[in-house]
Write a protein that binds this ligand. Structure first.
Ligand code: FAD
Ligand code: SF4
Length: 471
């Protein structure tokens, strides 16, 4: 009998398929999405790089446990509707996550293909399927039988939307209160159109509303109703996902001069109030020619890239070195391609104004790096006698956010971290009050979309358990 030779293993391409993007010179003149997404053949080719591992390491890196090999298998077999339904068993915001999640630090960092080359581009494949569904019509899954229980969700950001979607699918009646006139949280008021088009966020929210969530915008809990009033008024449980929307300032002289914005104010004007389309939209934005953005995270990059699109020369001032920049690597590269200039190892000491009270310069100090601090990054240490002056006509301060204290102040017995103002929760998202849960940035401080979603999901599970046991 002739010996059968073992079939040779198919070779895996080491490089992932590039994502087409708008050219830097073009995109810096518009607010359209930079990354254009895979076409069908590119998506299939990338999906074919997945080894379909029996013990997939990628899934353990995903805070909402998307069944990654299963959805990739559907995609490569061109079963797109099944692929997106598979993702949505765990993730109600796939078009968002496929665009802004730091996959390089989560699912993709664990992908075994990464040991021989570039990991499978899981996020880009997720985005492909989510976009496919948007073009071909939303599928609405079956829900559990209605329960008699009613849950209030405070805040329609990623944490609240996720908790709401999971709880409504379990049959509970869910009412979501949002302070702003639009749902989405940072996805609509923070992350700019060129990274995350607002029509895409709206489509994800539509899906959650179609599941049966009753969304009530323009309701700031703590003012329109308090948490105790909601609990007394017929809600069996509450989930607080009110985020971290309060800007932090530096506390240095001159910070109140004209022309100095917090990142929140600047991004809200640009994204939510559409100042970039003034006078078609009512909100103006006084932006000079020489903008300095202070900070180094995703928020700072978004401010810098928005300012460049509005015609300014932009310098990013960061007190540590390039290696410590907390923004996503992809976004730093995009910003530099668009013309961002970075000045590392420097921090402002004071702002200097002109005779009309507008900023005209900054006095700064050079830094060197010392041993790591509590964040694990090397601590910046001022260098004596290194002061220098930088001319500027606009400054945007993007050094962090903390939770708005309104809910914490109007909810007796809710235990809060005294230093950071975050709501303290246990591993199930339960607060110090019976039936009251919290998650996302309001519990962790400013973090990521997927960590907020993971906490929303976790709390939804615990709320379901609590409601099931409640008489
Ligand atoms: C500019 C910017 C860029 C970012 N880029 C990225 C990125 O690329 N990738 C990433 O993973 N993460 C990014 N992040 C972080 C990420 O967006 C947040 O971690 C995430 O949105 C937190 O979700 P959340 O639901 O906890 O809060 P939020 O998104 O802040 O949503 C909270 C919602 O609650 C509402 N609310 C607040 N108080 C009340 C109240 N009293 N009553 C009713 N409603 C209330 C708010 O209006 C808001 O809609 C970025 C953040 C910013 C600011
Ligand atoms: S670890 Fe990588 S190769 Fe393995 S299943 Fe996940 S995506 Fe596919």
């Amino acid at each position: 009998m002739a010996e059968t030779k073992p079939k040779p293993k198919p070779k895996i391409k080491k490089e992932s398929i590039e994502m087409p993007k708008q050219a830097p010179k073009e995109r810096v003149k518009n607010f359209n999405e930079v990354a254009l997404g895979y076409d069908e053949e590119q998506a299939i080719e990338e999906a074919n790089r997945c080894l379909q591992c029996i013990k997939p390491q990628c899934v353990s890196g995903c805070p909402v446990e998307v069944p990654i090999p299963e959805f990739i298998k559907c995609l490569r077999e061109r079963r797109y509707a099944e692929g997106i339904a598979t993702i949505k068993t765990k993730n109600a915001l796939p078009a968002v996550c496929g665009r802004v999640c730091p996959q390089e630090e989560q699912c993709q960092v664990n992908c075994v293909v990464g040991r021989i080359g570039e990991p499978v581009s899981i996020g880009r494949l997720e985005r492909y399927l989510a976009d496919w569904e948007r073009e071909h019509g939303l599928q609405i899954p079956e829900k559990a039988k209605p329960t008699e229980k009613k849950v209030a969700i405070v805040g329609a950001g990623p944490a609240g939307l996720t908790a709401a979607a999971d709880l409504v699918k379990l049959g509970h009646r869910v009412v979501m209160f949002e302070a702003l006139h639009l749902p989405g949280g940072v996805l609509v008021y923070g992350i700019p159109e060129f990274r995350l088009p607002k029509a895409i966020v709206r489509n994800e929210v539509n899906y959650i509303e179609k599941l049966g969530v009753d969304l009530r915008v323009g309701n700031q809990i703590g003012r329109t109703h308090t948490i105790p009033e909601l609990m007394k008024g017929g809600f069996d449980a509450v989930f607080i996902g009110s985020g971290a929307g309060l800007p932090q300032f530096m506390g240095i002289p001159g910070e109140n001069l004209g022309g100095i914005y917090s990142a929140n104010e600047f991004l809200i004007r640009v994204n939510l109030m559409k100042a970039f389309q003034f006078p078609e939209y009512d909100t103006p934005l006084r932006l000079g020619k020489h903008v300095v953005v202070i900070g180094g995270g995703n928020v700072a990059m978004d401010c810098a890239r928005s300012s460049m699109r509005l015609g300014a020369d932009v310098c990013l001032l960061y007190r540590r070195s390039r290696d410590e920049l907390p923004a996503r690597k992809e976004e730093i590269e995009n910003a530099e391609e668009e013309g961002l200039v970075c000045k590392f190892l420097a921090a402002p000491l004071k702002f200097i104004g002109d005779e009309k009270g507008w900023v005209k310069a900054m006095e700064c100090q050079a830094m060197e790096l010392g041993p790591p601090d509590a964040s694990g990054r090397r601590r910046p240490i001022p260098i004596k006698g290194s002061d220098f002056t930088m001319e500027t006509d606009t400054v945007i301060i993007a050094i962090g956010q903390t939770p708005n204290p309104i809910i914490q102040r109007t909810t007796e017995g809710l235990v809060v971290n005294p230093k950071h103002g975050t709501i303290i929760v246990d591993e199930n998202g339960k607060t110090s009050l019976d039936g009251v849960y919290a998650g996302g940035d309001v519990a962790t401080g400013a973090a990521t979309v997927i960590s907020a979603m993971g906490m929303g999901k976790n709390a939804a599970k615990a709320i379901h358990q609590y409601l099931t046991n409640k008489k």
